[in-house]
Write a new protein. Sequence first.
Length: 255
Amino acid sequence: MSKTVTTSGCLPASTDDPQVKAALRLLAHDGQPLAVFAADGVCVSGGAYLDPRRSTGEVVLTFCGEDGTTTDEHERHDRELTIRAYADLFATAGWSVAEYPEQDAAGVKRLARLILTPPPARFPVDTAAVYVPDPDEDYRDIVIIKSLPEGATVEALSARHGKTIRVALDKLQPLPALPPAPEGELTDCWTITDAQGEEIARVQAQDDPAARKAAMRKGSVRAVVRREKGFAVRRLRSSELEVPVGLLRGLPRTA
């Protein structure tokens, strides 16, 4: 006998939305009941219902009943109090909360839904950062943020491990800033940089593959590969050849 698949708090199509996932964690942590939906989207148990606005990063929060209607005055009043409790919960957690009243069947204006915006994140979803678990160690990783914060951590796609890991927010650093665009003609000299954008070597080569091959002949580059699992290469312009080795900075790119 097959088990019926259901989702809680949102329709099946919204389960992977970052804003919905963050809001669900907050509701669940507070013990709020979540609406339960069957695979076809029918509400089978009443509770909080979240509907994402993906273009704006907002999420709409309402209370969804099993039959979709409220005909009893006492029930309508209780649901309004529940939505107000949602508003207090999210406002306390730092979310932006917009309240939207509607006129019910009895002609009374009641709070019907909330438009929620997550608090601003230092590292928004789909941005890159440098993960530094311990400043006293050589370990560095370039990660892509894949979730909104859950407590003091976020999910991130690791370039070092090739999979999603959970990292502490206070262990993340911004990527090094791009240097001003250099002037002059392109040369056959290439700069080799580590994950922090620090230059570790220069090589002569006609193209990118040849530059990487030449770089791997240098002990300093092999040490970075062992430590960081990659390095970055960039062709230099004539004006940059006057800059001493070690003073160039570039955007790290995993090899």
